[in-house]
Design a protein around this ligand. Structure first.
Ligand SMILES: NC(=O)c1ccc[n+]([C@@H]2O[C@H](COP(=O)([O-])OP(=O)(O)OC[C@H]3O[C@@H](n4cnc5c(N)ncnc54)[C@H](O)[C@@H]3O)[C@@H](O)[C@H]2O)c1
Ligand SMILES: [Zn+2]
Length: 383
């Protein structure tokens, strides 16, 4: 163990997600994988868990997590699914359910998701329907999962009609975010997750965005305190929004979609594949949302420049022509707008965007002049 338990305990921060009977804590800090058993033990209906992970993360952290449960007197088994988005397909989900049922669980079983957003979404959905619902705990291992997907209770799998179209709102009993596991995460994945961190500052917290500008380099280089602070602040923001709007029924939770209308269109054009990671698409999309806000006369140009400079500065790809490595493509603004019409925020053909009156001043708009949007996309494609 690289971090002694007392050190880990001292460095640990906790964010409480307040949802009446479904409230839970997010524990954040270095070395927490080794304390997950102790942190969970009092919450378990019975002293046994099944860890669900993927084939990349399981060899790295599966045994450490299982040992931490065993040390707390909890029996722990492990099931691993292939790494990657394909594990959120129906057939993979069916296979996982049968693997879980092979272990003869009862209603007191608890599933533990050890991995990124794929494992978290899949395991959360499995927990919500296994024996009509068993408890689950999240141990997110990507920055994206630690700051976004493990908080808020959305679970789901993919269909040929699109991503996450089958799923549930189902809250975990606990989230354990170990900042140390990010050391093995590929840099590109780390950066993609970082885009969602910066997003929280841009939505409604200008001080946090300024903190990001000053501390992103340390965070990305592995500084545990900077990581803990960034994850804590992100979870606080998301938890506040989720607590006010658990089932996404108002425009409030939609603020979390800053950069996502553009981002999803870019992802759809790149086939949701390895050419463009979700967080990369969101980063480019946030810069475009700020540019659009400037063109609509809503936002100072200097704020949009600051956003672009920061995201480009940490190494996120900002120019459309840089996307795709060897698979560079000819972007088409009509196709991008077509994807935006399919966005879940769009209503009867009216496009919806999260715009900004400045850094930390996001708001939802359905009144975007399409000619302005066309001009923005044409310029972004030409840049
Ligand atoms: N439920 C929500 O609210 C929500 C929000 C955002 C995204 N999502 C979902 O999250 C998924 C994306 O999540 P993601 O970006 O974490 O991707 P991911 O789960 O596919 O993880 C990315 C890659 O990193 C590997 N990995 C994970 N942790 C690692 C570690 N510590 N060291 C080394 N490798 C590691 C994984 O094996 C995988 O290959 C998508 O399916 C998306 O739909 C859900
Ligand atoms: Zn996102």
């Amino acid at each position: 163990m690289s971090v002694r338990p007392d050190t880990a305990a001292n460095a640990m921060r906790t964010v409480h997600v307040d949802l009446a009977g479904r409230s839970y804590d997010i524990a954040i800090g270095p070395g927490l994988i080794d304390r997950a058993g102790v942190l969970s033990a009092g919450l378990l209906a019975a002293p046994r868990v099944t860890i669900v992970s993927d084939e990349t993360v399981a060899p790295l952290y599966g045994e450490r997590l299982a040992a931490s449960f065993r040390n707390a007197g909890v029996d722990a088994g492990l099931v691993a699914v292939p790494a990657g988005e394909s594990s959120k397909e129906f057939t993979s989900f069916g296979r996982l359910m049968n693997d879980l049922l092979d272990r003869r669980p009862d209603r007191k079983a608890t599933l533990v998701a050890l991995g990124g957003g794929v494992v978290g979404d899949l395991t959360g959905f499995a927990a919500s329907v296994l024996l009509r619902g068993v408890d689950f705990i999240q141990v997110p291992t990507t920055l994206l999962a630690q700051v976004d997907s493990s908080v808020g209770g959305k679970t789901g799998i993919n269909t040929r009609h699109g991503k996450n179209l089958v799923g549930t709102f189902y809250q975990p009993r606990l989230v354990v975010a170990d900042t140390g596991v990010l050391d093995t995460l590929p840099r590109r994945e780390l950066l993609a997750g970082y885009a969602e961190v910066a997003k929280y500052g841009l939505i409604d917290d200008p001080e946090f965005f300024a903190w990001c500008e000053a501390n992103a380099a340390a965070l990305l280089a592995g500084d545990a305190a900077a990581r803990t602070r960034a994850i804590e602040q992100s979870c606080l923001s998301k938890a506040r929004i989720v607590a006010a709007d658990e089932r996404e029924t108002t425009d409030l939770r939609a603020l979390l979609n800053l950069g996502h209308t553009f981002g999803h269109a870019l992802e759809a054009e790149t086939g949701f594949g390895p050419d463009l990671l979700h967080g990369e698409a969101v980063a480019a999309g946030m810069a475009m949302a700020f540019d659009l806000s400037v063109r609509l006369g809503l936002c100072p140009a200097a704020d949009a420049e600051r956003v672009r400079a920061h995201l480009a500065g940490v190494g996120l790809p900002m120019r459309l022509r840089s996307i795709g490595g060897d698979n560079r493509r000819v972007w088409d603004s009509a196709k991008l707008i077509n994807h935006m019409r399919g966005d879940k925020k769009a209503e009867s053909g009216r496009l919806a965007f999260i715009l900004a009156r400045g850094i930390g001043k996001g708001f939802m708009s359905r009144a975007v002049d399409e000619a302005v949007l066309q001009g923005l996309l044409a310029d972004a494609i030409a840049a």
